[in-house]
Design a binder for this molecule. Sequence first.
Ligand code: ATP
Ligand code: MG
Length: 267
Amino acid sequence: MKAEINAEMDILLDIDMSFSLLSIKKLNKSFYRDQQTFTVLDGIHLDIQQGEFISIVGSSGCGKSTLLRLIAGLDKDYQGEILLNQTPIQGTDLKRGLIFQEHRLLPWLSVSENIHLALEETDLSRAEKNARVAEHLTMVGLKGFENAYPHELSGGMAQRVAIARGLVNQPDILLLDEPFGALDAITRSHLQTELQRIWQDQKITMILVTHDIEEAVYLGDRVIVMSARPGKIKEIIQVPLTHPRHKDSELLFNYRNQALNMLDHSA
Ligand SMILES: Nc1ncnc2c1ncn2[C@@H]1O[C@H](COP(=O)(O)OP(=O)(O)OP(=O)(O)O)[C@@H](O)[C@H]1O
Ligand SMILES: [Mg+2]
């Protein structure tokens, strides 16, 4: 009897009740070009917890966008596992928002119509959609610009609309591929602060690809440093500082140097 109880306890102890929101295991991705296979991602292992802010840095071509596209479900041709809540990702889903470097707004639609478009697939009523769009326009500081067209916006404003569009479906995960890359330094800095505030308010898990090391450590709970050809995770830097953070913090500066040092040796 005692042996039986012990065996049962062992089984119970073996079951891990905590699991990650997103779990990437042994992920490999290759492309075929000119009758050759190019391995772009090689053996990626990554567990991301609910509510985490993950930054990904690495040299151009190391596979960052490819990785985001796989997590978004835009590309299903890969080896390994990408599990969301322990279930393999099957194509795109409104619960995973994606924001690109360029805003990709439709020029013939107003700001409000561009955001509405993201709600097309939902079964919300017209009134609920209007309320959601208004709420998200306020969240990104664009109240009053509902009827403006993309050509009437600055780059920073257009990117705010793209952020509102990415958030309007209330995704569990927001994937951001160099969202501020094309903006001037002041606008970028401002939007980084805004993104931190939105992340704290909404408690959405965010994965940000960036070439800006300051941005990566300012926002990230962890900074994933990738190396290239083929893309691998070279190092994961923990940034255990509470949010909201201040850009001039000396501690942040130390993490920035650590990340820079890693990148120098990762090409
Ligand atoms: N559809 C595709 N077909 C063939 N090769 C591709 C395709 N998409 C990406 N690649 C290749 O995969 C590699 C990684 O590309 P990816 O766009 O993921 O890099 P990245 O890290 O996002 O670079 P960057 O920082 O410049 O945006 C590159 O060598 C690229 O040429
Ligand atoms: Mg890219």
